[in-house]
Design a protein around this ligand. Structure first.
Ligand SMILES: Cc1ncc(COP(=O)(O)O)c(C=O)c1O
Length: 396
């Protein structure tokens, strides 16, 4: 039977493929320390779980409006208004089963299939951007991130990629996989370009509470930008709720259209989880603050230990829970050709990491090699895993 081209060619998150490989080795009894996982290793805070239990007992178990329960959208609107310094109304908000569906909805709302509409997105970046752009029949335009700029991009590189067909720019800050955080100055320059060339911005801000050295700043906060920015955020990373599947987005023009895409796909977000995020967003943020403090300690430990390895150089990431070391020296030292070969070598030596190619094709002229390590794991694991990595790389 026929399988469509776009299904056969659909990309994926290769992290899940590596994860399956690691899990198989673990089942076979291999001793592996994994730095692959992209989720907090904390449990969902008690008060959020209790709110969900109360919702079940109160019979909050039916369908809701496709955009989400109104009083939950009110909480999300207050949260967006407070943290982005905008006037966000409940009518601007849509709630979905995770932040991920909004990538699909945003592309559906602002691009047409097969018409040459272009979408610019960060490279390296969350791989679902590229696979969804292609699946929507749009043209993917990767924007290289630069280690020299702390994994932001050169504004000139963005400018070069803008054409009359540019419909959407995807930003992700704090960023997966580099941990980079876009500065206010860069966002101001991007905002000027978005306004003068009249394109939409998708601001993927799912890691926004997890910043360490400076406060998070959203492009939507800049004058005239909320109208053209789809703010996307979610509970997965902020409240250790990856399996609850709940995310929220806002835009005053597109909300009603994204809600229709919800009606056409998921009907509505999980009713019980909606009440859980109402509690999460309305209550004091102490639990999230504690998680971020803990991530910060682990970040500092991991970066120090990575920089102790010959042939490895790691910037201090400003947010999220990923380190993105440059391993070009280690690749050369071991006589390998790529970070992917180094990843396989490290797996044989009991350490699981991801390689740069899991986050996009290599940029033209790219000569450096990178790994991604998640430090959403215990300090004990970080010490032991990095010891194995150092021994494996330096013994040869
Ligand atoms: C940059 C980025 N955006 C979106 C998501 C998806 O988040 P959610 O679990 O809310 O669907 C992830 C998950 O890893 C991510 O890293």
């Amino acid at each position: 039977m026929y399988i469509s081209n776009r299904t056969r060619n659909l990309g994926t998150e290769n992290a899940f493929v590596v994860l399956a490989e690691v899990n198989k080795l673990l089942r076979e009894g291999k001793d592996i320390i994994s730095f692959c996982i992209g989720q907090p290793d904390f449990d969902t805070p008690r008060h959020i779980k209790d709110a969900a239990i109360r919702a079940i007992n109160a019979g909050k178990t039916g369908y809701t409006d496709s955009a989400g329960v109104y009083e939950v959208r009110e909480s999300v609107a207050r949260y967006f208004s407070r943290t982005r310094h905008i006037d966000c109304k409940p009518e601007d908000v849509v709630i979905a089963n995770g932040a991920k569906p909004f990538i699909d909805f945003a592309l559906s709302c602002v691009t047409d299939f097969g018409c040459g509409d272009e979408v610019i997105y960060p490279n390296p970046g969350f791989p679902i951007y590229e696979s969804q752009i292609i699946a929507h029949g749009a043209v993917p335009v990767p924007l290289p991130l630069s280690e020299k700029k702390g994994f932001s991009f050169e504004i000139g590189e963005l400018e070069k990629r803008i054409t009359p067909r540019t419909k959407l720019l995807i930003l992700n800050s704090p960023q997966n996989p580099t941990g980079g955080v876009l500065s206010r100055e860069d966002l101001e320059a991007v905002a000027d370009l978005a306004k003068s060339h009249d394109f939409w911005v998708y601001a993927d801000e799912v890691y926004c509470p997890i910043t360490y050295d400076r406060e998070f700043f959203s492009i939507a906060s800049l004058p005239g930008m909320y109208e053209r920015t789809i703010i996307c955020d979610g509970a997965s990373k902020a409240y250790a709720m990856t399996g609850w599947r709940i995310g929220y987005a806002a835009n005053p023009i597109l909300a009603k259209h994204m809600a229709r895409w919800m009606t056409n796909t998921e009907s509505c977000a999980n009713h019980i989880a909606q009440y859980a995020i109402k509690e999460a967003l309305d209550a004091p943020q102490d639990e999230t603050r504690k998680m971020v403090e803990s991530f910060k300690k682990r970040r500092d430990l991991m970066v120090k230990l990575l920089n102790d390895i010959e042939g490895v150089r790691c910037l201090t990431p400003g947010g999220a829970f990923y380190a993105y070391p440059n391993v070009s020296g280690a690749v050369a030292r071991l006589g390998l050709n790529s970070a992917e070969e180094l990843r396989k070598f490290l797996l044989e030596n009991g350490v699981a990491v991801l390689a740069d190619i899991h986050f996009g094709r290599r940029n033209l002229g790219e000569t450096e090699h990178y790994l991604r390590l998640s430090y959403a794991t215990s300090e004990k694991n970080i010490v032991e895993g990095l010891k194995r990595m150092k021994e494996a790389i330096e013994k040869r």
